[in-house]
Design a protein around this ligand. Structure first.
Ligand code: 13P
Length: 248
């Protein structure tokens, strides 16, 4: 068992409408409530449209709420954006940043992500910073180099390590059904810890990419893997709970 408290995060991405999202959140919360006290932290990151409804419905439940992205500024003329403090208003304690769908789909650089991390931490949020190599990087044997660069550039100077979680999400494993072996994940996590130096031992490092109820056990039985960031499998309450309860 990991020395660090495990963390299981649902990233709903752009899925869920008001009714279906609330049903999903309540079903997960009921299972979490019945399993109380939880030996791990459980977090749901719904799309921003549902953040308030979900956090309001889950008040008093052993579940944290997170956002999927935020702006670098506290406020301003930024049409369509939301600041970290606004997510706090919506009941969030966590923020996913630097997801590959933001890095690649929205051209977000590590420098921009570092600014977002700074802003989110300033607002009091725990930041889940995603890093991961593409299939081409993997093929070129550049995984370590890419991750090192992403971590170095995505963490702002003076990053609050108590509010920092890293998620290793190989881009080629996201939504593909392909996963690295648990041993490969452990190898990368160890390198990340080494890179982080002294703080490496205390930071939680999650794995994300095609996590399912069938592969969760082999991943979560590794001490090095402090939890998982789950995409599509988090859209089914029973499936998501089957993953989460491996930590119980
Ligand atoms: P999948 O679990 O759907 O592969 O998505 C992983 C992910 O991107 C979580 O942030």
């Amino acid at each position: 068992m990991s020395k660090r408290r495990r963390l299981i995060v649902a990233n709903w991405k752009m899925y869920g409408r008001l009714t279906s999202g609330l049903v999903l959140a309540r079903d997960i919360a009921e299972m979490a409530q019945n399993a109380r006290p939880l030996n791990f932290d459980l977090v749901l990151c719904p799309p921003a449209s549902l953040t308030w409804a979900v956090s309001d419905a889950l008040q008093g439940m052993p579940i944290g709420i997170g956002g999927q992205d935020c702006h670098t500024a506290t406020h301003g003329a930024y049409t369509g954006d939301l600041s970290a403090a606004m997510f706090v208003d919506l009941g969030c304690r966590y923020m996913i940043l630097g997801h590959s769908e933001r890095r690649h789909g929205h051209g977000e650089s590590s420098e921009l992500i570092a600014k977002k991390v700074e802003a989110a931490q300033l607002a009091g949020l725990t930041t889940i910073v995603c890093v991961g190599e593409t299939a081409a990087d993997l093929e070129a044997g550049a995984t370590e180099e890419i991750i090192q660069k992403q971590i170095r550039e995505s963490l702002p100077p003076g990053v609050k390590t108590a509010n920092l979680v890293i998620a290793y999400e190989p881009v080629w494993a996201i939504g593909t059904g392909q996963t690295p072996t648990p041993e490969d994940v452990v190898g990368v996590h160890k390198k990340i810890r080494k890179m982080l130096g002294e703080i490496g031992e205390t930071i939680r490092i999650l794995y994300g990419g095609s996590v399912t109820p069938s592969n969760a056990e082999s991943l979560l039985s590794q001490n090095e893997i402090d939890g998982v960031l789950v995409g599509s499998a988090s859209l089914n309450a029973d499936g998501f709970w089957a993953i989460a309860e491996k930590c119980q």
